[in-house]
Design a protein around this ligand. Sequence first.
Ligand code: ATP
Length: 747
Amino acid sequence: MKAHSGEVGVFVRIRPTANFSPDLIECLPDGQTVNVHQRKDPKKPQDTKRDQLVYWSFRLDGVLRDVSQEEVYARVCQRVVLGALDGYNGTLMCFGQTGAGKTYTMTGSTESYKQRGVIPRALQEVFREVEKRTAHFFSVHLSYLEIYNETLVDLLSSLQSSPRSSPRGMVVTEEPGRGVFIRGLSLHPVHSEEEALNLLFEGGLNQMIGSHALNRNSSRSHSIFTLHIESRSRTLCDDKYVTSKLNLVDLAGSERVGKTGSAGQIFKEAMYINKSLSFLEQAILALADRRRDHVPFRQTKLTHALKDSLGGNCNTVLVANIYGEAAQIEETLSTLRFASRMKCVRTNPAVNECSSPEAQIKKLKKEVKMLKEELSICNKLANRPSSMLSEAQLAEINSQVQRYLAGTLEEISIVSIRQVQAVFAQFKLAVHRKPEEKGKSPISQTYNSEKDQSAKTAGTKEWGSVEDGSFEASTASQKNTQRPSSAKTKKSKDKPSQSKRPEEASPVSRKGSESGSEPKLNSVQMAEESLEPDTESADTQSQAPANEPFHLDSTRPKAEAFEDFKVGPGSKINSILKENKSVLLERRSLLRQISEEVNAVKREIDRFTASMQQQRETRGGEGQYVATEEEPGPTSLMQLKELKVLYRQRYQVLREIKAEVNYCQHLVDQCRMRLLTEFENWCEQSFLVSEDVTTDKVLEHGKDNQRPSELDPNSFHSFCNARCRMLKLRNTRAVSSTPLQRRLPPS
Ligand SMILES: Nc1ncnc2c1ncn2[C@@H]1O[C@H](COP(=O)(O)OP(=O)(O)OP(=O)(O)O)[C@@H](O)[C@H]1O
């Protein structure tokens, strides 16, 4: 017999008898062929002429006549059992007329060890192999089913360990991935040959007791003893395992109803047997016919229960048990016909490989963990924020958004979904922020508050409006009108008139400037203007604790780094800033001087005007003005007129210089912003360098598969520091080589 071959193995076993009929049953020397001779009319007296006999020849896989139980097992069953241990389903069926030796073949004699049948030998083989195959862990379960008159009976339900039978009874069920199984049939784990034999015998006993109690003949039922084998590798950490079922089927006697001449219950039993065996035959015919798509497995419980054990991926073997006597020749012929049909069934044995859900979950979890780690490394390599954004990274994103809104950053480069989410969150904040807070960036906010503070400390006054008939001039208003600072927005809120354009808030009244008419002769209060100190260091120092995103290393504060930056990569923009500031100071100085001149002229005009007013009041307000010795005459009037002309001239100069101061202030502000932006970029790149080094550490650890503690810490630290320094230098050179505009265009 060929296990895993492409066809069902079929053997015929002849029950030993003293009345063997060699004339009718001829076993050829090839050991595979049995010829049967049957008289044309068995009822007629025996004819000596051979030509009156009908002749059939059956070529099978083996003819077992007068062979021991041991040989039967070796030739019929052993390979199927070994196949089951390798993961192939196996079925061994005994088919034949009642008393032909099916049970003897299957179970054998319980009294004689030597005469034990296929099932005990299979159990022995299984547990011997389990012990031998140490590389695998096997689990073996047993079930024992009886099918009597289309009723399913669990022959092992009497055991304490068996689950309660389902209230709906047992049902033949099919499930994807599990195949056909009997729902409600108890499965019993067995760990030794002895345990398994106990169950076999217990089942046999239950079958016998049930037959007696119910007054039924045990030979009228089918019994299926099944080994459920599961095998897992002990050496491979694999979630895959193999399963198999080994069905050992003892079918009911196959004799036909007509022949038995039975009635009543026996007739009924015979009907059911005939029905099930008939459908078994039909199923086998359908399996043998490759043109047929449908196999009627569900017609009976037997065929349904054996659905995946008759062909398909199963190693199937049939033993046709026959009598050797002439009296049984009809049934013998019938059995052999069935066997020859079975021989035509093709099989395609395949290992039942499964994946355990637990192992699969474990494997998937492991895979997710590995992918997360891989993503984390990729993020670090690409300088992308990892799972959670740190405070420093959030601060940087906030800074980028503010700079973008202020127009100093052209675009925000997208590096990850989390970063995009954070950017949108910042935009949302910006949209919902109170109007007075809008336009503040972390940099400008701190910077301007510092500047405003210094301006206030220096006693600087702002340009006033002409609402109350006088106006004031101040450098603060210049700043307010040119920069989106907090000082400006606050001013705008408190005094709406000051939110107007620079020329509207200039010393020249709106009417005067727009219509070209004579401006009101107001004094210009020009307070002592303190020259703006070089606040860059102080500004940045004040920012550092607010932002705190980047520290080039743990030992240096940001303010020191800024000083380095100004003399290093930021030296160009810093020198432009200084130059612009000196021009601004010079213009402011000139503005102060012209303001004083305008005020002096104004005071002179006021003096003349007051004197004339006094004279008019003295004369009752009538007549012409006549100059007295003490009072200025027409000459004085001329002087007053000249003073007014002078006032207008100086006032025009004052306006022009004021515009220059505004422009210079704007340049200084832009330079300052540029310097700070460049510095932030420089810091950012330095920060990323640190990240690079961190990644290197991770990779280094991964590559060498060493724990940090196993590394030489000094050597590793030196290496990282040197690498960090080299990368910083590379970034610094890249930044400092960026061309800067000397004069930035006004926005
Ligand atoms: N090859 C054999 N060698 C010795 N004794 C045998 C052999 N075959 C059958 N017998 C004997 O014949 C008797 C009937 O056999 P068995 O019970 O196995 O028949 P069966 O086909 O199972 O019948 P049933 O359909 O009623 O179950 C038994 O006593 C058994 O010991």
